[in-house]
Design a protein around this ligand. Structure first.
Ligand SMILES: [Zn+2]
Length: 335
């Protein structure tokens, strides 16, 4: 199965009520971990590049790593997605590189820091949808703002999504998926105290209300790494110094999926897994210097996380449920 529009992956997930992890990548080992994990548990794949990742890799390197995944794993549906596009230009670049999905984060201005108002958000998002759909490319928008700052993205302030605005936003923009702000944040520092299953961690009522009013909408949870404590402990044991921090527990993500979330963004967890493995390897093997030797355990550690997420979110086992849609098919659909 080749490159598919992300819309198909989310539509299929909605039919069977499961969630699909979105994993960010910066390099080859992350891409391989995602694909090895997905091949093992048979999950469709959403692989994303942020603007920071494209800048780090000089665009063309990352694009070709992602396309290598499509070539090698031809029996797995893969969507290649731009994370947090900040303006029309960044979206155009991603589409010209061959991405099958783009996010336009119209909740923030082009500086990716200053919140916009509702009308500004609608205006840029609508412009992107008009353009992207001509290529059969899926569009994710964002309403409300997340907490935290990662790769320079974020105002640092949380503004929960207002369910009263969602219908109008969908009608006037035509987005295929919507990132909702329900109290998650980007980066490793999400919660200072251990989340308690008996207390409301996230604004699940917001998700439930939106799902009730717009049952066909694919909601997206950003900032949803779980920050496994054993990885923090391993990093700190082998020379790291990460202060106490907690992520979004899997039980909270599963609650979200049950309430209509179809895509769950995970980035930090793969970073932590890689760092923990590299630190341990270099600390316990001070005579080693071949990067391949520490990148192998890093890749294996990321593969473990990937498989756990595919399984927990429910996408495992669904890679071969459907026939791939091409961007050409999607073009016809939007027409
Ligand atoms: Zn995000």
């Amino acid at each position: 199965m080749p490159l598919v529009p992300m819309k198909q992956i989310l539509d299929e997930a909605a039919k069977k009520s499961y969630g699909v992890p979105h994993f960010n990548i910066n390099n080859m080992e992350q891409a391989q971990a995602i694909m090895r994990g997905s091949a093992e548990v048979k999950s469709p794949v959403i692989m994303a590049a942020s603007r920071g990742a494209l800048k780090y890799s000089d665009l063309i390197f990352l694009k070709n790593i992602m396309m290598a995944c499509v070539e090698k794993y031809s029996n797995i549906p893969i969507a290649i997605h731009l994370d947090h596009g900040n303006n029309f230009e960044s979206v155009k670049t991603a589409i010209s590189l061959g991405f099958s999905s783009v996010m336009i984060d119209g909740s923030l201005k082009e500086d990716a820091k200053t919140p916009t108002n509702f009308e500004e958000n609608i205006s840029v998002t609508h412009e992107v949808v008009e353009y992207a759909h001509k290529f059969g490319v899926t569009v994710e928008g964002e309403l409300g703002t997340l907490g935290g700052i990662e790769d320079g993205v974020g105002s640092g302030k949380v503004q929960l999504t207002d369910p009263n605005q969602v219908e109008e936003f969908l009608e006037r923009t035509g987005v295929d998926a919507l990132a909702v702000a329900i109290g998650t944040s980007h980066g490793v520092y999400k919660f200072k105290i251990k989340p308690d299953p008996d207390k409301n961690l996230l604004a699940m009522d917001v998700i439930r209300e939106i799902h009730k009013r717009c049952p066909k909408l694919h909601m997206v949870m950003h900032g949803s790494s779980s920050v496994p404590q054993e990885l923090i402990e391993q990093i700190n044991k082998y020379g790291g110094n990460i202060p106490p921090t907690y992520g979004v527990p899997l039980w909270a993500i599963k609650e979200g999926i049950a309430a209509g979330v179809r895509k769950v963004n995970v980035d930090t967890d793969l970073r932590l897994a890689a760092t923990a493995a590299v630190r341990k390897f270099l600390y316990t093997n001070p005579d080693k210097f071949d990067p391949r030797e520490f990148l192998i355990p890093a890749r294996d550690a990321m593969t473990t996380i990937v498989k756990e997420r595919y399984t927990a979110f429910g996408s495992a086992g669904h890679a071969h449920d459907y026939k791939a849609m091409t961007l050409e098919d999607a073009k016809q659909f939007y027409r």
